[in-house]
Ligand binder design. Sequence first.
Ligand code: HEM
Length: 531
Amino acid sequence: MTQTTIAKILHYTTTQATSPADIERQMEKDGVLVYSLIFLLIPLVYILLRKNKRETHKRAKLPSGSMGWPFIEETLQIFYILLRRNEGEPHKKTQLPPGSMGWPYIGETLQLYTQDPSVFFATKQKRYGEIFKTNILGCPCVMLASPEAARFVLLTQAQLFKPTYPNSKESLIGPSALFFHQGDYHIRLRKLVQGSLYPETIRNLVPNIEAIAVSALDSWTGGHVVNTFSEMKKFSFEVGILAIFGDLEARYREELKKNYNILDKGYNSFPINILGTPYKKALLARKRLTKILSEIICEKKEKRLPEKELLGCLLNSKDDKGEILTEDQIADNIIGVLFAAQDTTASVMTWILKYLHDNPKLLEAVKAEQQAIYQSNDKGNRPLTWTQTKNMPITYKVVLETLRMASIISFTFREAVADVEYKGYLIPKGWKVMPLFRNIHHNPEFFTDPQKFDPSRFEVAPKPNTFMPFGCGVHACPGNELAKQEMLIMTHHLVTKFRWEVVGYESGIQYFPFPVPLHGLPARFWKESAN
Ligand code: HEM
């Protein structure tokens, strides 16, 4: 499509010219004028925005960038709408949501990734309201910052929005992992994953989770500096392995850990498929993981044990036609669950440590609650029970408030599978749709003084659909019970037997890509004498 043609079509809607020849001439003139303006303004806007960026984002990690080319993007959008009108589409009254699309291809990606995403979203929400458009990583997106809108996309009209992930990420996890799917396959896999994570199953894991927590904490003591987030990742990985395989030989655990770590590094790197890059290394590690999983599957099949852990559920599953899952489907879902379970839980636990450290009074209250349980368990000589973990009201509220404050999953992505109308706005087919959990969790309308860490706010249940740390609807987190158990058990042992000190005075947030306290919260841990 040439620039002149775009300008012509644009002009048809605005000109008052009377004859076709007039229109034609006028269109030619204005087409030149519009694009002359665009090309004159681009350098000016670029310079101004660079200046602005230098001043406001001194700590940005990515190369500097600019605010982009709103004119061309807006032009293309208007053109898009006009084309649809010409096709006779039934959207005469609907319009795209307000907002800016940034640069072609990269849109507003740099703005999103070089500043605190909360600031990015909050500024947009303030300016445009609860629904606005933007462009991230070359994809036009509609962002939704209200509970009703999130519910619309994730629950009530979920069939109109499919999950969407970049191909590079899908290749690393495995295309058959449940969270890339919707429909029958997703329902089947979800039942299996959910079944292996039901409270009845998790309750049997409490002693093992406790053993993993104690062993992790013991390895941190002695006063050396520990990267809390990295250590929490090791802990949540071990718990993930436990939930997936139950008992697993140490050699398999080590092999899985080694290769999964390579995969994890590559997942967050730039996806260049060239030998030596972290992404390529991750792809190779993924192949090795398939091989290791295949060996484990082979062994488990031979034993034919009716197991409740995820691998057992996946192996024993048959669909309506009696078909079993392929090894690739099993492997993709195991890697998928490990992936969903590890960084999420680890970053929330790191935040719990940070918030407790920063709020000494609260720490004392949590300590008192946990000490009472510790004493009733004969000073820790008897293991924690499921019932005890379900009766930790103060600690539980700390967990909830951490989930709200940190909102480690700031938003999620879906893609519209058809043109969808929401509150008079058009969400065109193929556009990404992002419910913004963080904005909802930080909206003063739903959570008074939202920047304050205040677990007591959870003495009253939040308004419906305003608290979604584990998502909502058909893809909501099936691992939420396990995650909460990990956090409660870890906190119990941490506050009853250890004290810790955060190292350094710098505070801030880093994105891995989940938000984590700066540098992963370096800290020193000491074991307190038993009392
Ligand atoms: C604090 C820790 C966790 C948080 C905050 C969290 C959050 C979430 C959220 C928000 C979603 C929905 C994403 C979407 O709708 O696009 C999700 C999905 C999922 N989570 Fe979690 N999660 C956590 C821990 C876990 C754990 C421990 C497991 C497994 C053991 C797990 C397994 C999954 C799976 C498999 C899905 C995909 C479900 C589906 O597509 O049907 N998560 N999680």
